[in-house]
Design a binder for this molecule. Structure first.
Ligand code: SF4
Length: 413
């Protein structure tokens, strides 16, 4: 989301006559787009600000702006803490900077990448007990489906082939609109855009993902067979304390439904280890769930208390950093084996790759299941969909060769 917002900010500045500088030292205006989802991210923002404060001492004309989740509704305390920052504006908002025309809608990204990020809903209504996002990004606010459709069509006209629809909870998309649009309907509309080849979306919420969405995914040719479905813990009492709104049993049945309805779907998940009070037994339940459900990959976070959240005020963060690291390491170790086995199962199969570029003499891109794929070939495949027969697999990527005998390749050419 931050990357998408940074792209739009750059486009806005470009449209107003600003040009990019090679670094903070040379820039007249520096904007920091911050993330504070974990304490370590927040510390990095503070370190960057301190560095800018230092630079500003010798370049007092330099303007500094701070945006992103670091900026709350009430900026009084921030102004006091960082008096050298000239402007503060909230995540996703259009800034009120000098030389900018009257605030309005943010711009489209300056360049349409082959894979373009498109925010469709901002904010979150869920208030998971550990999460700072609803306090910083506010309540859910969806964009109109027509506006999203227009933007995607424009991006495709400018070279995009894949769009990734973004939201803290894409399953809530449209619920705040009068029309009660939903993600399934939006996907149906985007699927009609000529020239668009792939559609993805993230992140889903297990308590909100609907059967209609799953069936729509299965029925639309451009929607990729890939879902990020954060489970966070494999233990019901921890899930309750996290206020996630589902049980392990409900999560399992959702995964089963997805796998039965969308053949070959790749499912990734997120896990938090060391949530306050997580005992060894409860952590083992998480390991057992991961072993049973066998996700394609797992993003692991070590719990870190965030001010304002229920978890930080109600529970003590008593699990040591060493213990959190041990648990994260165990999840990673087990998952690496699972990912290796899943990817090995693809050896001999042909996957469709959208080619994004070249690295070290090899073309690379992603499969529909979002796995990085590398292959060697003398032709120029940039921006094309290529069938690649997988020959080697690691837990993190696949390597193969162009399979010109594949049925799909013959049909496309
Ligand atoms: S659904 Fe996601 S963004 Fe919303 S409160 Fe929970 S963890 Fe945070």
């Amino acid at each position: 989301m931050n990357r998408a917002e940074s792209e739009r900010l750059s486009a806005l500045l470009d449209s107003q006559g600003y040009t990019g500088a090679p670094g903070a030292n040379q820039a007249d205006l520096v904007i920091i787009n911050s993330c504070v989802v974990r304490a370590s991210a927040e510390n990095r923002v503070v370190n960057k600000l301190m560095l800018l404060k230092h630079i500003k001492q010798s370049q007092p004309h330099k303007q500094i702006a701070l945006t992103g989740c670091f900026v709350p509704d009430d900026i009084k305390a921030l102004k006091k803490r960082f008096p050298f920052v000239n402007y503060f504006f909230k995540a996703g908002e259009r800034p009120d900077l000098p030389d900018l025309e009257a605030p309005g809608e943010p711009c489209l990204p300056r360049e349409a990448g082959l894979r373009s990020l498109v925010p469709i809903i901002q904010g979150c209504n869920n208030f998971c007990s550990y999460c700072i996002v609803p306090y910083r990004r506010g309540r859910e606010k969806s964009r109109q489906p027509g506006e999203v459709h227009e933007e995607v069509a424009e991006l495709v006209a400018r070279g995009a082939r894949e769009v990734i629809l973004l939201g803290q909870n894409v399953d809530s998309y449209g619920q705040d609109l009068e029309s009660k649009a939903d993600l399934a309907g939006l996907l149906e509309s985007l699927n009609t855009i000529r020239g668009l080849q792939r559609i993805r979306f993230l992140t889903n919420h297990p308590k909100d993902m609907s059967l209609r969405l799953i069936e729509t995914m299965a029925s639309l040719d451009k929607v990729c067979e890939q879902v990020n479905l954060p489970v966070q813990s494999g233990d019901n009492s921890i899930l309750r304390a996290m206020k996630r709104g589902y049980t392990v049993e409900l999560f399992k049945s959702l995964v089963g439904r997805l796998r039965n309805t969308v053949p070959g779907v790749a499912i990734t998940t997120d896990i938090i280890v060391g949530f306050p009070g997580e005992e060894e037994k409860q952590f083992q339940n998480t390991l057992a769930l991961l072993a049973e459900l066998r996700f394609d990959s797992v993003h692991i976070a070590r719990y870190s208390p965030r001010e304002q959240t229920l978890a930080s005020s109600r529970y003590k963060d008593i699990i040591t950093e060493i213990e959190k690291k041990r648990r994260a390491g165990l999840v990673e170790e087990n998952q690496t084996e699972i990912s290796r086995e899943i990817n090995k199962g693809l050896i001999g199969k042909t996957v469709e790759v959208l080619v994004e570029g070249r690295k070290k003499g090899k073309w690379y891109g992603r499969s529909r299941s979002d796995k990085p794929v590398f292959f060697k070939h003398e032709d120029n495949w940039f921006g094309k969909l290529v069938p690649v027969k997988i020959e080697q697999a690691s837990p993190w990527s696949l390597t193969g060769c162009v399979n010109i005998n594949s049925q799909q390749f013959k049909e496309d050419n």
